[in-house]
Design a protein around this ligand. Structure first.
Ligand SMILES: [Zn+2]
Ligand SMILES: [Zn+2]
Length: 208
């Protein structure tokens, strides 16, 4: 979805807060992140990823890059098994990534672990959805324009995808993570005019 220069400027501060907007400087191919204050006059404020230098560029001088993949969560040494809470974790649950001590423990506690595991998987799906096709940016754009039908469409598509998975019971978690991806709970900063969180949750409750 092409985003106009005007919209890019309008959204810059919120991109800066969320910290997810990576761009390429067209002239030099350097990558940068939109940082606060977001814009100065008609220019976007950026931090170059390599040098850490802060610069300003016109929207037409930069291009938004697809959202980066999530940082891999390393299995920290000394982490305790999330299931038995006794042994040291040496493996990971393939579903949610929780540290686990052994296959035996995993089998023993699977039933107990299952709801939390599926919930986490659903949340991750929501985040992945936000990253793919720059949907976080699309959602923010729609929120800034009060484009309720676009917001609904993005949410519906996620719900439809989650409905086909084994964590469909936790679709709400996916939607919440999707929305939070661009809207981390900062206090006292401008919020989009539409309460699209409420909108998304209503929709789920109705369908459930
Ligand atoms: Zn264990
Ligand atoms: Zn798990």
């Amino acid at each position: 979805m092409p985003i106009s220069d005007k919209d890019m400027l309008a959204m810059a501060a919120r991109h800066a807060i969320a910290g997810h907007a990576k761009v390429k400087i067209l002239a030099t191919s350097e990558t940068a992140t939109i940082v606060l204050p977001g814009k100065v006059g008609k220019k976007i404020t950026l931090r170059l990823n390599k040098s850490g230098k802060t610069i300003e560029r016109l929207p037409k001088e930069i291009a938004l890059l697809p959202s980066p993949p999530p940082p891999a969560a390393p299995l920290t040494l000394g982490q305790i098994c999330a299931l038995c809470l006794e042994e040291a974790a040496s493996k990971k649950c393939s579903g949610c990534g929780a540290g686990v001590c052994s296959q035996e423990c995993y089998q023993k506690y699977w039933k107990e672990h299952k709801p939390a595991c599926l919930q986490e998987q659903s949340g991750r799906a929501g985040e992945e959805y936000a990253r793919e096709e720059n949907r976080a940016v699309q959602l923010l754009d729609a929120a800034m324009k009060d484009d309720v039908s676009k917001i609904q469409k993005l949410t519906d598509k996620l719900l439809a995808a989650v409905a086909k998975t084994k964590f469909k019971k936790f679709a709400r978690v996916a939607v919440r993570r999707f929305v939070n991806f661009i809207d981390p709970p900062y206090r006292g900063l401008n919020q989009p005019k539409n309460d699209f969180k409420g909108l998304a949750e209503q929709k789920i409750t109705k369908g459930a």
